[in-house]
Design a protein around this ligand. Structure first.
Ligand SMILES: Cc1cc2nc3c(=O)[nH]c(=O)nc-3n(C[C@H](O)[C@H](O)[C@H](O)COP(=O)(O)OP(=O)(O)OC[C@H]3O[C@@H](n4cnc5c(N)ncnc54)[C@H](O)[C@@H]3O)c2cc1C
Length: 317
């Protein structure tokens, strides 16, 4: 048996979530075939997937896959799975990956689970834990079909090197040339680090009193190579742009580190950040609800704590 992993790249770099998908698959089966489609990939980067557990990497670099057409990519993945006798597809939950997972599941009559948060439990069936209700609950589902499609959420596994760089092989998927949809353009938001993809996020709330005080937030983010975020009222008052608003009605983030400054920790805010690996809260009110969710908490005035934190981080750089 083998497992197929669909790989996405951005700026010619394999996305971290795709590395996680490869590593996740390697914990289920020893034979992991990573498949990359389109011209957005760098061959040497793809070879690095061997380090995370891929045993083969297949690349079809035809630019017909760049159009964003789900059915073309799904047909190519289904073809590889049939040829290689793979019964499981693993991929990262993403704007493209989620749709692809559904298309492949239909084509292969597979059991589908999205937002999967942990490795499967195979002691009785094939049970995966899904994150639901914007991270407020988990659901265990048994994937009963022989074919399975598993879309994992960010940080579902902690990746560690378990292999070495491998050669990649080219292939040419026998799928129809013209897709049914084409992405016209993509409007990127400003900023070097995309908030949904960020490994570190520095976020601030109404406790900062006004937009003129965001200099220290941006400086802390810059020292940590982090993205900036904010609570909803902050973007509602136009202190910060709307694309920075995280929470139930904003962006959901799952960084390794989330620093919340002057944010109370209302459930609607937590819904968007509670799958962060490590949460650090800075708040002057020791009763602030956010402290219950924090791995580390600093009770203090942000205007005193944050400059000291920046100073300490700079001294250690
Ligand atoms: C349907 C619905 C959807 C919502 N969706 C979202 C959402 O997606 N995201 C979201 O964020 N909110 C959302 N909200 C709003 C949410 O309920 C809270 O009102 C909001 O998160 C509060 O923002 P805040 O913590 O920045 O402000 P506040 O609640 O005003 O908290 C400010 C915090 O700063 C602290 N503070 C004050 N001064 C300092 C200082 N000098 N140093 C340190 N700390 C200080 C205070 O102790 C306080 O804890 C939603 C609400 C509803 C009803």
């Amino acid at each position: 048996m083998s497992i197929v992993v669909f790989v996405e790249s951005s700026d010619k770099k394999v996305k971290k979530t795709s590395m996680e998908a490869v590593f996740y698959a390697s914990k289920i089966d020893n034979n992991v075939i990573a498949v990359a489609l389109g011209s957005a990939h760098d061959e040497s980067q793809l070879g690095e997937l061997g380090k995370w557990g891929a045993t083969d990497v297949l690349l079809d670099s035809a630019n017909k896959f760049d159009s964003g057409d789900l059915s073309l990519s799904a047909s190519a993945i289904s073809e590889v799975m049939k040829t290689k006798n793979a019964k499981i597809l693993v991929l990262a939950t993403s704007p493209f990956g989620s749709g692809l997972a559904a298309c492949v599941a239909v084509q292969l009559n597979a059991s589908l689970a999205t937002n999967v948060a942990e490795l499967p439990d195979t002691s009785s069936g094939f049970v995966v834990k899904r994150s639901i209700f914007t991270g407020k609950a988990f659901q265990n589902v048994n994937l009963t079909n022989e074919n399975k499609v598993i879309a994992i959420k960010k940080n579902a596994v902690d990746v560690v090197e378990n292999g070495s760089v491998i050669n990649i092989s080219s292939f040419s998927a026998e799928v129809d040339g013209e897709g049914k949809i084409k992405v016209k353009d993509v409007d990127m938001i400003q900023g070097d680090i995309l908030l949904p993809e960020a490994e570190r996020v520095v976020s601030a709330g109404r406790g900062l009193k006004g937009p003129e005080n965001w200099g220290m937030v941006e400086e802390l983010a810059s020292v940590l190579k982090a993205a900036t975020a904010c609570s909803k009222p902050v973007s509602d008052m136009d202190w910060r742009p709307h694309h920075e608003h995280v929470g139930q009605t904003g962006i959901k983030v799952s960084p390794q580190l989330y620093i919340a400054i002057g944010i109370s920790g209302a459930i609607q805010h937590l819904a968007g950040v509670n799958s962060s690996k490590t949460i650090v809260v800075i708040n002057k009110d020791p009763e602030a609800p956010f402290f219950k969710e924090a791995d580390y908490g600093i009770v203090g005035d942000a205007f005193e704590v944050v400059p000291k934190l920046i100073e300490a981080l700079k001294a250690n750089n």
